[in-house]
Design a protein around this ligand. Structure first.
Ligand SMILES: [Ca+2]
Length: 452
């Protein structure tokens, strides 16, 4: 279906400075709470820890673990008066403490506490990546990494087992969550724009390319406005647009959908409707069909509805939002208008509030044969459940287009109610090892098969 998003905006150079700043064409509303924190759903690692709702009539939730920095800070001004040198030292220590919460020092990320199936090993692949979210694996040992509130896009060069150099390609962007590669160019999704950095992989060591705006016609709402993007087997760019709310009935051609556009921004088309907020999708390596995760609505209790794994074998399907959740749960408000039977049910219920985000088919050959073409799903973890859930990587085993089973593959970022990491995306390296990004610790992990 056509739409005004399809208007071509190629080759317009963005004003602003790259790689160290840009004047976004779409400014954030003045005085607004930083977008990453205004929307409590799937919040990034750098929001305030208090978990009371900001948008919904929310019960007060358990606070996230505090860093030691806030409590100690008032001492600093006293110290600065008494002993400026000591105050500097303490300030440095506090900075380190904050960094632990948001991630810089790999020595302090306790990856040895992550539990994996026997034979697998996990290590810190990269750190010092505040807000690390979506991953795009480039050629020549480069990984591109999007963020949300950090506003940055990183390039991580590596030696196959860990990062050797990290650079910031762009900063000051509006929730640049999505990254995708095609024909040597990097595409970056902000809230309403898609940017393109030409020849990025061959220009990392020289003059970085200035990005051009592929399109700036996506909706500007920041609620669920951050985007995962990926190129499909049809070489078109798939761009989701989340519902601008927890629960509402928005224009079905503008929100709560997955769209696709040509690489030049043209021919906007809605591929799937009734999708509340998908932050991860992939195509089956054999069928070429689209599979995607979708985040369930909030405030229907601790145990419902489930997040979803969906299968879209053809365009034009409707997956239920806002009328029906998890395939069989009518919405208390919108469920009277349409029946669950009118919509495509998920192929798997993934659990309530787990925040299922990045998902990829495993196409490597390093892991044991039974992992081939499984789906790995990154669970960012709950923000408003009285007992936390998620914060792990799940494995989904398929038999044809049916889900045979799902099981936890990697867990340990959640310890009791304490959280030290939040998986966002997964990606397979050419050697078949699996990367997992973490926007809370600001890190990327690598999971490899050690054989045992
Ligand atoms: Ca659904």
């Amino acid at each position: 279906m056509g739409g005004d998003i399809g208007m071509m905006r190629s080759d317009r150079t963005i004003p602003g400075k790259f790689p160290y700043g840009v004047d976004p064409a779409v400014p954030v509303a003045p005085g607004a709470v930083p977008a990453r924190c205004a929307d409590p759903v799937e919040r990034g690692g750098m929001c305030p820890p208090a978990l009371s709702g900001t948008r919904d009539s929310a019960p007060v939730m358990r606070a996230a673990p505090r860093t030691r920095a806030p409590a100690a800070r008032p001492l600093l001004s006293q110290l600065a008066t008494a002993s400026p040198g000591l105050a500097l030292l303490v300030a440095a220590w506090l900075a380190t403490g904050t960094a632990f919460a948001q991630g810089t020092a790999s020595a302090r990320l306790p990856v040895e506490r992550i539990r994996l199936p026997p034979g697998f090993v996990i290590s810190v692949f990269a750190d010092n990546l505040p807000g690390a979210r979506s991953l795009a694996v480039g050629r020549d040992n480069v990984i591109f990494v999007g963020t949300r509130g950090a506003g940055r896009v990183y390039a991580v060069r590596h030696d196959g087992s860990r990062a050797t150099r990290v650079s910031t390609l762009a900063s000051g962007l509006n929730q640049p969550n999505g990254v995708a590669l095609r024909d040597g160019a990097l595409y970056v999704a902000e809230v309403s724009r898609i940017l393109r950095f030409d020849d990025i992989e061959s220009r990392l060591d020289g003059d970085l390319p200035r990005p051009v705006v592929v399109t700036d016609r996506f909706p500007r709402e920041t609620h669920h406005g951050w985007k995962f993007i990926a190129f499909g087997p049809d070489r078109r760019l798939y761009v989701p647009v989340g519902a601008p709310c927890n629960i509402c009935a928005p224009d079905p051609d503008r929100h709560a959908l997955i769209s696709r556009i040509n690489a030049d921004g043209g021919d906007y088309e809605v591929v799937a409707r009734g999708v509340r907020n998908s932050v991860g999708f992939d195509w089956h390596p054999q069928t070429g069909e689209l599979w995607f995760t979708d985040n369930g609505r909030d405030w229907l209790g601790d145990d419902s509805p489930d997040d979803e794994l969906n299968h879209a074998p053809k365009p034009g399907l409707h997956f239920g939002f806002p009328f029906c959740h998890q395939g069989d749960l009518p919405d208390p408000e919108f469920g009277r208008r349409r029946a669950c039977g009118e919509f495509v049910a998920p192929v798997a219920k993934l659990g309530p509030h787990v925040a299922a985000l990045g998902m990829r088919f495993y196409t490597g050959s390093q892991f044991p044969a039974e992992y081939r073409h499984n789906i790995f799903i990154a669970e960012h973890g709950s923000w408003n459940r009285s007992s936390r859930i998620g914060y792990r990587v799940k494995r989904v085993v398929l038999e044809g287009n049916r889900v045979a089973r799902q099981e936890v593959f990697a867990e340990g970022w959640l310890e009791g109610e304490r959280v030290w990491g939040r998986p966002v995306d997964v990606a397979t390296l050419p050697d078949g090892s699996l990367l997992v990004s973490d926007d809370h610790a600001g890190a990327i992990y690598r999971i490899a098969w050690g054989g045992r």
